[in-house]
Design a protein around this ligand. Structure first.
Ligand SMILES: Nc1nc2c(c(=O)[nH]1)N[C@H]1C(S)=C(S)[C@@H](COP(=O)(O)OP(=O)(O)OC[C@H]3O[C@@H](n4cnc5c(=O)[nH]c(N)nc54)[C@H](O)[C@@H]3O)O[C@H]1N2
Ligand SMILES: Nc1nc2c(c(=O)[nH]1)N[C@H]1C(S)=C(S)[C@@H](COP(=O)(O)OP(=O)(O)OC[C@H]3O[C@@H](n4cnc5c(=O)[nH]c(N)nc54)[C@H](O)[C@@H]3O)O[C@H]1N2
Ligand SMILES: [Mo]
Length: 688
């Protein structure tokens, strides 16, 4: 039953009693007795499983409960005792199911049986695994590999992802778009150009050593709640946390640690010391303003012969482009900076003063920076700010893009990419004696265009909900039905599964929290967190249904049914013992994964070596690069009555997975279709 939507102001802190309530609620909703079974106690622990929700770092010395409200929701959602059986599909045509909400679809529970779509009956019918693999293999062999997309959602393990990309390349395609194309692509493009690594440089211990944190466009309360712990500890040490966000996000203001009895009574800690409600898309202008103050202060110091404000030695030795960047900042006009950032010059002066008074600064950011047309330039502006005072490659400092899915960063590390320059193709060719395709494959956007034009004919999806995750649904859904082949490897029923191609399979897999038993015994898998640390993860729960296969087993079976035998790749041995896949990953990336099997359960994870952390710059010029933005300032409003619209996640969702229709921290209950508007704008437009 739908509840009536209700919107109220939420003035309580994040965390606290509300969090505990929400956890109890989801456990009941999903009919899981997991508190008793101690499963939550194993979450994010060195001997346990890695949370299937966000990718935030896992500490070496975990708290007794190293999970947050949303992590508990994600666990309950996966280990639910509810199941979708063949009888369910026998009862419902896809036309029936199409009117269900996204919440209702996934809420049916875990998929249990491989299914094939039957057009005549408009229903999914059960099919044997072998038959499914044989038919998919035959279909793939009839299609041109260039016309086949192999999508990955960011949850699959390093082992699965490595096998999947190898299968695809041996089949003949580099079409490996992934969910990261839809979130931190700006990071993956910007950072290699300016600091020579595609990922963030901070480690969890940097939060203990930092003396200032800048925070741009991330809703930590909902999207990486465990990060509130290091933020809270830093705030308690008196570290300034300078936040830029058009919205006042609750958790960035106050946080009550639900694990601390004292705080539960005392009402928590302030998180942000400064909260700047930057204009939407105005971060590049705001950072320019801050840098302008820094440069002016430095110019003055040079004039007077006093201590430099910028880190001149670092700039001299490690960077290129400083003079051009400084000239750019000097030349910017304050009126224009104020207009584009929505912040006054004195507010930016205050932020600059805090920045200049700090010796080790971390800059965190999320979708508020990346998901703009100018996301790449704005990301580079964040780097400019850090480079001015040598805040990359020293303890307590660095850049920290807060990634999304729990292994989205790791998948790129082991070869999931459509861009050939990011993949060691020669090494793969050498190790497995085949000729990988050398052309660049399609990204998510290219894949959509290819589907619209009818050029993409086959789509294999390793998790995810592509049709719901991409925009332009009204164009994409009809075009999707033109696909010859759609193969969906999934745990839960979702919207994409309801739009079949000519030949459509739904292949149910084990989740990460389930025990994965193969011939050599119980298997573990691994993933990379937002700070480039690798963690092992062991399944804990009995699988929800007997016919489920693991993701590596499904990928291997598809590969065997599609490819000609190759004596260098023994898919069965890999499936029998995943440590053999890790050996293969280590052979492919010897520097990154040295002693992979021995180190995967190190508390806190083992950090991948990142050159930028040691101030070695793998950029084309061997330097860290200052860059001048070309177009990052928001354009003027075209006319009155035209508003800027921002969309973001609610608290009750994980991307397209909708746990419930509430957004507790924004005071919304019972609906996801809520538009917030500034009261002044409403009054002016006579709305309400
Ligand atoms: N519970 C839960 N956790 C998740 C997810 C989930 O859906 N649910 N998704 C996961 C994934 S895949 C990802 S990518 C991450 C995403 O996590 P976030 O990066 O936090 O993404 P959003 O939820 O879109 O929140 C964007 C934030 O940026 C602010 N913002 C919007 N525009 C601007 C701007 O122009 N400038 C600034 N400075 N701020 C702006 C918004 O007010 C909001 O606070 O979360 C991951 N974790
Ligand atoms: N409407 C909407 N669109 C979005 C976003 C959003 O918040 N809302 N967020 C954007 C962002 S930042 C991202 S990263 C993308 C994410 O895009 P996707 O990664 O494609 O989407 P998700 O919603 O994360 O995928 C959920 C589905 O994954 C499957 N699944 C869950 N666990 C597993 C598993 O262990 N194995 C397998 N094989 N399948 C599994 C389930 O069937 C579930 O229905 O979406 C982008 N687009
Ligand atoms: Mo994401």
């Amino acid at each position: 039953m739908r509840r009536k939507a209700k919107v109220d102001s939420y003035d309580r802190p994040a965390g606290g009693w509300g969090s505990l309530n929400a956890v109890a609620h989801i456990l009941t909703q999903e009919e899981v007795a997991i508190l008793g079974s101690e499963i939550l106690l194993r979450q994010n622990k060195p001997d346990g499983f890695m949370c299937v929700s966000c990718s935030w770092a896992k500490p070496a010395k975990p708290r007794p409960f190293e999970f947050c409200e949303n992590g508990a929701k994600a666990t309950a959602w996966e280990v639910t005792s509810k199941t979708v059986t063949p009888e369910f599909f026998a009862r419902h045509t896809l036309a029936d199911l199409k009117i269900w909400s996204d919440h209702q679809l996934e809420e049916q529970g875990r998929l249990t049986t491989p299914m094939r779509y039957d057009r005549g009956r408009d229903k999914y019918l059960p099919v044997g695994w072998d038959e499914a693999f044989q038919e998919i293999g035959a279909e793939l062999n009839r299609l041109d590999p260039r016309s086949v997309v192999m999508y990955t959602s960011g949850r699959a393990s390093l082992e699965t992802s490595y096998m999947y990309q190898l299968f695809g390349r041996m089949y003949g395609t580099n079409n490996f778009p992934d969910s990261s194309n839809m979130c931190h692509e700006s990071t993956s493009v910007a950072l290699p150009e300016v600091i020579g690594v595609p990922v963030g440089t901070v480690l969890l211990q940097d939060f203990d050593a930092t003396d200032c944190i800048f925070f741009f466009g991330h809703n930590t309360t909902t999207n990486a709640p465990r990060m509130l712990h290091p933020l809270q500890e830093a705030a308690q040490r008196g570290v300034p946390i300078v936040t830029f966000n058009p919205l006042r996000e609750r958790g960035l203001e106050r946080f009550v640690n639900p694990q601390s009895p004292v705080q539960m009574i005392a009402g928590g800690t302030r998180i942000s010391s400064q909260y700047y409600q930057v204009r939407l898309g105005g971060d590049a202008a705001a950072i320019t303003g801050i840098c302008k103050w820094v440069i002016e202060a430095d110019d003055l110091a040079r004039e007077k012969g006093t201590v430099r404000v910028v880190d001149a030695a670092f700039i001299e030795r490690h960077t290129a482009g400083f003079e051009e960047f400084a000239a750019f900042c000097r030349a910017q006009d304050w009126d224009e900076i104020e207009r584009a950032s929505g912040l006054s010059r004195m507010a930016l002066r205050e932020a600059a003063d805090i920045y200049m008074a700090s010796n080790a600064v971390i800059a965190n950011y999320g979708m508020g920076i990346t998901q703009h047309k100018h996301g790449v330039e704005t990301t580079k502006m964040v780097v400019n700010l850090l480079l001015l005072r040598g805040n990359i490659g020293k303890p307590g400092a660095g850049i920290s893009p807060i990634r999304g899915h729990s292994n989205v960063q790791g998948q790129r590390t082991v070869g999931i990419s459509e861009k050939t320059k990011l993949v060691p193709l020669d090494k793969l060719a050498d190790l497995y004696d085949f000729e990988p395709p050398r052309w660049d494959g399609v990204s998510t956007v290219d894949a959509c265009e290819g589907i619209l034009k009818g050029k993409i004919r086959g789509f294999v999806s390793l998790g995810g909900n592509f049709l719901r995750a991409v925009p332009e649904r009204s164009l994409m859904e009809p075009a999707w039905s033109g696909l010859r082949l759609s193969v969906q490897i999934a745990t839960k029923l979702n919207r994409t599964h309801l739009v079949p191609g000519e030949v459509t399979y739904l292949l149910p897999c084990l989740g990460r929290i389930e025990v994965d038993r193969q011939v050599s015994g119980e298997q573990s898998v691994s993933m990379e967190d937002s700070t480039a640390c690798i963690h092992g993860s062991r399944g804990q729960r009995k699988p929800v249904a007997e016919h489920l296969l693991s993701e590596p087993a499904i990928v291997a079976a598809l590969a065997k049914a599609t490819l000609k035998p190759n004596s260098r790749v023994d898919w069965d041995t890999w499936v029998g013992d995943y440590s053999k896949v890790r050996d293969a990953i280590e052979r492919t990336y010897p520097d990154q994964f040295k002693n992979f099997n021995q180190r995967m359960f190190e508390p806190g994870g083992f950090p991948r070596p990142l050159a930028a952390r040691e101030r070695r710059w793998k950029t084309p010029n061997g330097k860290a690069n200052f860059t001048v933005p070309k177009s990052a300032f928001a354009p003027p409003r075209e006319s009155d009555g035209i508003y800027e619209l921002m969309t973001m996640r609610a608290d009750g969702q994980f991307n397209t997975t909708i746990y419930n229709e509430d957004d507790r921290f924004r005071g919304v209950e019972g609906s996801r279709y809520v538009l917030f508007m500034n009261p002044a704008d409403m009054e002016e437009a006579e709305i309400g």
